[in-house]
Design a binder for this molecule. Structure first.
Ligand SMILES: [Zn+2]
Length: 383
């Protein structure tokens, strides 16, 4: 027997933001708590939302103190601000970070501190029992797909590591994919976040287990990224490309309920220890990780999966050989310089990073099992 979970209401395309605010008005919330970050406030993206809220006379408070990789203190401060301002609902506006922070704030508005007790790795999801305020998610990057996800990643203040908070009720009540909100992203962020969406689809498709629904979504997501990410990187104002990439990102997150893989386990410590952008970390690790998988002894189904992804590259003119080589060529075409060492990672960091990557649960659904030396070898190959 299998249980398949599917995402929430998704408003997608030009005009989605205005339609969302119309629908929000009908919900008659007392006051909406907007979780975002300082960058979005400064560049005017927040104003696109708050102008519409003002127009519809919807009361709101703004919390913009989330860090690029959200930390526990962001959640504590945000929860206090939510309570002080007597809000009854949450809008998360941003990349993965404000979205994750908003989900953790949602937990803490209805549950006793500390946040750490709800850590999924410790079985904390069972303590999430109270009814929580509704959460509406508006992504401003096309990558994490957190707007259709049920988990939040927050850096623990006690350990400095990323802790995952998971509960079905963390799935946003509505996801709003407005392409105009991502049009101002610079090419390198567009590229890195888009590669994150690609890796979500790839690792989900490669994850063991019978989940043809996730597999289908993952393959279609890969095609969208291959077709539209280069266009979005080249011309940020191409709203068709922006819309397709937003959808691809939600598809990646819908697909990875099947599982992720070693690329994500290797990427996570690079963010928590080296403060590297999550999508960039995935981009730097993907070719070496795929190469590691391709060199292993694989069964027929695993080989077929690799061939199907190779075929997606090949029909688009990328015939460069192994899937690792194809993925490398794709990443370089997006303007991402390969090499962890070009991005501040030192060789003597690798052993401790590998130990941390082993503790990360994502590799448990990697196409093939991995141990510490495997993870270290991929870091070294990616250096
Ligand atoms: Zn990711």
């Amino acid at each position: 027997m299998n249980q398949y979970n599917f995402p929430t209401i998704i408003l997608s395309g030009q005009g989605a933001l205005a339609e969302f605010v119309n629908r929000l008005k009908e919900k008659n919330h007392q006051r909406v708590f907007v979780v975002t970050d300082e960058t979005l406030k400064a560049c005017g993206v927040l104003a696109k939302l708050t102008d519409l809220l003002d127009e519809q006379k919807i009361l709101f408070s703004v919390f913009s103190e989330t860090h690029p990789n959200p930390i526990e203190e962001d959640v504590t401060k945000g929860t206090a601000a939510f309570k002080d301002s007597q809000c009854d609902s949450i809008i998360a506006l941003g990349g993965g970070s404000p979205l994750d922070a908003a989900k953790a704030i949602k937990i803490m508005t209805a549950h006793a501190p500390p946040l750490a007790q709800y850590d999924d790795a410790k079985g904390g999801d069972r303590l999430i029992t109270e009814s929580m305020p509704p959460l509406y998610a508006i992504p401003t990057t096309a990558g994490t797909g957190s707007e259709v996800g049920r988990s939040a990643v927050i850096i623990s203040s006690a350990t400095g590591k990323k802790a995952i908070y998971f509960h079905p009720d963390l799935l946003p009540d509505m996801a709003v994919l407005e392409p105009e909100l991502t049009a101002g992203l610079p090419p390198h962020i567009t590229a890195a976040t888009g590669v994150d969406a690609f890796v979500h689809c790839l690792e989900a498709y490669f994850a063991p287990g019978f989940h043809p629904i996730a597999d289908g979504i993952a393959l279609q997501g890969l095609e969208l990224v291959l077709d539209w990410l280069p266009k979005a990187v080249k011309d940020g104002q191409n709203l068709d490309a922006r819309e397709r990439m937003l959808i691809a990102a939600t598809m990646g997150a819908a697909a990875f309920q099947k599982g992720l893989g070693m690329i994500h386990s290797l990427a996570h410590p690079l963010s928590s220890r080296c403060n590297m952008h999550h999508g960039l970390a995935n981009a730097l690790l993907m070719p070496a990780a795929i190469s590691f998988i391709e060199k292993a002894t694989l069964d027929r189904d695993q080989l077929n999966r690799i061939k199907r992804v190779q075929a997606l590259f090949a029909v688009r003119g990328n015939q460069s050989g192994s899937l690792a080589e194809m993925s490398l060529q794709f990443i370089e075409s997006l303007g991402i310089a390969q090499g962890l060492s070009n991005h501040g990672v030192l060789e003597n960091n690798l052993e401790s990073l590998a130990k941390e990557a082993l503790e990360d649960p994502c590799h448990q659904t990697n196409m093939i099992p991995v141990v510490l030396v495997d993870l270290l070898s991929v870091y070294k190959a990616a250096l």
